[in-house]
Design a protein around this ligand. Structure first.
Ligand code: AMP
Length: 360
């Protein structure tokens, strides 16, 4: 169990570890967590969870449609398939978040390996985070993309809410970055290209993530990234939002500049954060890292220095993303065509071989 969280992501420790409530006599079984052979159908397949937006015409597949009035919060929200904790074998703790821990788990019936995230209802209520949790469930459970962490389902008991999540075998991207200090341009480009793909999908569904940073990106068993933590994300029916949220280092000028706070912002906030992420992956620290007041001032002016070891192509792309005017940031489709991405990603195998021979 990793109890040493990096400062940047200070999180609350909970006092009721899930495994103490569980009677499995084989807690180490899941140390060998193999996806191969697991049958996911029990979790992923025919689980008819209808959201309260469901309409009768949605019932073409024969699934029941919920007709109750809207539930006040996720805590009170009913689900159709009655999952409960006893259906899972609980393995090692994978990490801890603000309102609970995340455990490796296996659904007993199918052998399906997943991550079970526990959230304590009273802590959610005390932290007035009900809306955020509800948003996470509503948004993340409707997303299907290889670079977005899947939320298969959720259930609750009297004290806790459980999220049944896709298991990201290689953990947090932030930990990889801390270990390697900074990534090679090839590796960073693979990650940025995958982020662009995930963001194109999200923005296509009118969802803004709003909290992109290495702590919110997990790494799958094949080294692929899995964007997670949709607590701050929003649907953008009007394409405009006014709320301020997120983490200072990654916030765009339109969200930190006090003179612009009454102005609205849109999905282009994610383009800025993508630029900050790219910088951090290549340099090892965020571009505006400073005392909070200075960070805020520097963000408002896009005041940063890109070290000389960053290639001209990467420097060019960072500068085209970290632009104060949101409308002048390079759009996602153009990032995919940028020479830095083409150089490292489009040549696929050739680039991978070049990278391998360099590191051997
Ligand atoms: P969170 O509460 O979502 O911030 O999760 C806390 C920590 O648990 C993360 O920082 C990860 O290290 C770990 N974790 C969360 N979800 C998963 C997952 N699906 N697969 C593997 N590790 C996870």
């Amino acid at each position: 169990m990793d109890d040493t969280k990096p400062d940047r992501k200070t999180k609350q420790v909970t006092t009721l570890p899930l495994h103490q409530l569980h009677n499995s006599s084989r807690p180490n079984l899941l140390k060998i967590a193999l996806h191969r052979g697991a049958n996911a159908s029990t979790i992923i397949g025919p689980i008819p969870v209808r959201t309260r937006e469901s309409k009768p015409e949605d019932a073409q597949d024969g699934l029941p449609v919920k007709t109750e009035p809207p539930a006040p919060s996720v805590i009170a929200q009913p689900v159709y398939k009655q999952f409960h904790l006893g259906m899972f074998e609980i393995g090692r703790a994978l990490g801890k978040g603000k309102f609970g821990r995340v455990y490796l788990a296996r659904e007993r019936a199918s052998g399906f390996i997943c991550a079970l995230k526990t959230l304590y209802k009273d802590e959610i209520q005390q932290g007035r985070m009900e809306k955020q949790v509800l948003r996470e469930v509503e948004i993340q459970s409707n997303l299907r993309h290889p670079n977005i962490l899947k939320l298969y389902n959720h259930f609750h008991d009297s004290k806790r809410i459980f999220f049944i999540l896709e298991f990201a075998g290689q953990g947090e991207l932030f930990k990889h970055l801390q270990r390697e200090v900074r990534f090679s341009e090839w590796k960073a480009a693979q990650y940025i290209a995958q982020m662009v793909s995930a963001l194109r999908y999200l923005h296509g569904k009118h969802v803004i993530h709003r909290d992109i940073k290495p702590e919110n990106i997990l790494v799958g068993i094949y080294g692929e990234i899995k964007l997670s933590d949709f607590g701050w994300s929003v649907h953008t029916p009007s394409n405009r939002r006014l709320t301020q949220c997120g983490t200072l280092d990654y916030l765009p000028p339109e969200m930190v500049d006090p003179t612009r706070l009454n102005k609205s912002y849109d999905e282009k906030v994610d383009l800025w954060s993508l630029g900050v992420l790219m910088y951090e992956l290549l340099v090892g620290e965020a571009p505006f890292e400073d005392i909070p007041l200075m960070t805020q001032r520097r963000i408002a002016k896009a005041d940063m220095t890109i070290p000389g070891f960053v290639s001209p192509e990467a420097t060019d792309l960072i500068r085209k993303l970290l632009v104060v005017d949101p409308n002048k940031r390079m759009p996602l489709e153009q990032i995919q065509q940028h020479p830095w991405i083409i150089k490292h990603c489009s040549t696929g195998e050739r680039a991978a071989n070049r990278e391998k021979s360099r590191s051997s």
